[in-house]
Design a protein around this ligand. Structure first.
Ligand SMILES: Nc1ncnc2c1ncn2[C@@H]1O[C@H](COP(=O)(O)OP(=O)(O)OP(=O)(O)O)[C@@H](O)[C@H]1O
Ligand SMILES: Nc1ncnc2c1ncn2[C@@H]1O[C@H](COP(=O)(O)OP(=O)(O)OP(=O)(O)O)[C@@H](O)[C@H]1O
Ligand SMILES: [Mg+2]
Ligand SMILES: [Mg+2]
Lengths: 249, 249
């Protein structure tokens, strides 16, 4: 039974890609079978893991190339990469009947994994609607800063809208605080606000960590680049919380 | 003669909105007449400055409401706000003839300012194409981190593509390093890379500053919230560099 999780936030730069990479690897290190899907036409996850390939999710969507020829493996995680062709695909999707279900149909051809994670772009886009229609669960990584609050309320609107109209089973697993810097006082204010006003589950935070910024220049997850760093420990902890909330014990 | 500048980067969370607000106010504090245009359907600039209004740029584009009823003033800067209706407008634009010139046509109705700054969303979108077709100049705020490099090469592709096909006069004023933290070693590596491989002008950097994160919770620019903070000093310095490069002495 495959757990399907979208990593989403309409705010830019909230660690969506970094989280998809590191959570995927942390889960794989628990001996689980994991696929990470790059659904951002900017191909950030593919760039991070040096999985920029001639064949991408676009060729899978058009049916031109079978999945086995497209998927590559990085640190024990299978990757379905993306490149800018996905932007053209997204434009073409606008006129296709059942255009919100195209990614769901693709995911129905992906079997055998324990976990499927989808990295999404921040835009209010048809691809993100597709991702949220296709998966059962959502994680929202966000920074505990004022300008992040608006992105949060936007993604919550999007998620609830899709739950109502396209995917009634969609569930928010929780908010993942990222780039946490305990010394900033706005951090505790935003945390308080989230607990009292938003009331969604909160994962343990990922702290600001210069190692997390360096890891991509080696094409590595934080877990392989700096396994004893604070953000690596944080991601392992969050992976355990994720397994618990998906009832793996 | 109005200077028109787009603040762009396809990477999310690179301080585009923070820069548009703070640079606009810094310019206004030099006794210049400034308008800041929110061209992000997420309305982040409008949210920051508490300029969320019933009438927005969408009503200006449809011609339903005159500009004088839409524009509001914050800290000496005129603001043309946006809200999510801009996402619908963008979808509708797809089918309009000359769809890349709609913002240019709007800007031709905006006269009398010394500076017009446009805050753009990170997405590869028709609105951003419109912004780049409408303005003469571009500033690219970016973090000096590995995952920012891909966003940079994408925005450079976009800018050069538009220069070729839609707006031959488009000029990149420079890259603005933001959230600079000198202690991070990846910072100096990326700076070196930018100087040797990209060769675009570099503005003086904006340092990481907790005050810059707090300012939006008061709806204030950094210049009014914490005028002696490091990022306020940085933005004033960059405003001077901008005035020089636009030949104001
Ligand atoms: N724990 C961390 N500590 C410090 N920096 C981090 C951390 N996690 C991510 N970053 C940095 O923050 C920046 C944004 O991260 P990332 O690209 O993963 O965000 P994103 O939400 O996917 O962005 P986009 O909206 O553009 O898709 C990157 O430069 C990344 O290296
Ligand atoms: N100098 C700074 N020091 C510390 N934090 C900063 C600084 N400038 C901006 N930030 C913070 O970084 C985050 C991203 O900034 P901002 O929203 O301006 O980026 P953006 O590029 O407009 O994002 P988007 O791609 O979502 O439009 C915000 O929480 C902001 O408060
Ligand atoms: Mg990303
Ligand atoms: Mg912004």
């Amino acid at each position: 039974f495959m757990q399907t999780i979208a990593i989403v936030n309409h705010k830019g730069g909230t660690g969506k890609t970094t989280t998809t990479v590191n959570l995927a690897v942390a889960l794989a290190q628990n001996n689980l079978s994991v696929i990470a899907i790059d659904l951002d036409p900017q191909g950030s996850l593919s760039y991070y893991l040096q999985a920029v390939q001639p064949y991408t999710i676009s060729e899978a969507l058009t049916g031109e190339v079978p999945l086995t020829k497209i998927v590559v493996n990085r640190e024990g995680v299978d990757i379905l990469p993306a490149n800018q062709r996905l932007a053209d695909i997204e434009l073409a999707m606008v006129n296709i009947p059942q255009r919100e279900y195209l990614i769901k149909q693709l995911f129905e051809r992906i079997i055998g994994y324990d976990f499927l994670l989808v990295d999404c772009s921040p835009s209010l886009s048809l691809l993100t609607v597709n991702a949220l229609t296709a998966v059962k669960k959502v994680i929202i990584p966000m920074q505990l800063e004022v300008l992040s609050l608006q992105g949060l309320s936007l993604i919550l609107d999007t998620v609830f809208g899709i739950k109502e109209q396209l995917n009634p089973n969609l569930q928010i697993l929780g908010i993942l605080p990222v780039m946490l810097d305990k010394r900033k006082k706005v951090t505790s204010e935003i945390l308080e606000y989230l607990k009292t006003n938003i009331g969604l589950p909160l994962f343990s935070p990922i702290h600001t960590d210069v190692k997390a910024i360096e890891a991509p220049s080696f094409g590595k997850s934080i877990l392989s680049y700096a396994p004893s760093s604070i953000s690596a420990q944080d991601y392992r902890r969050v992976a355990q919380e994720l397994l618990q909330s998906c009832e793996y014990h």
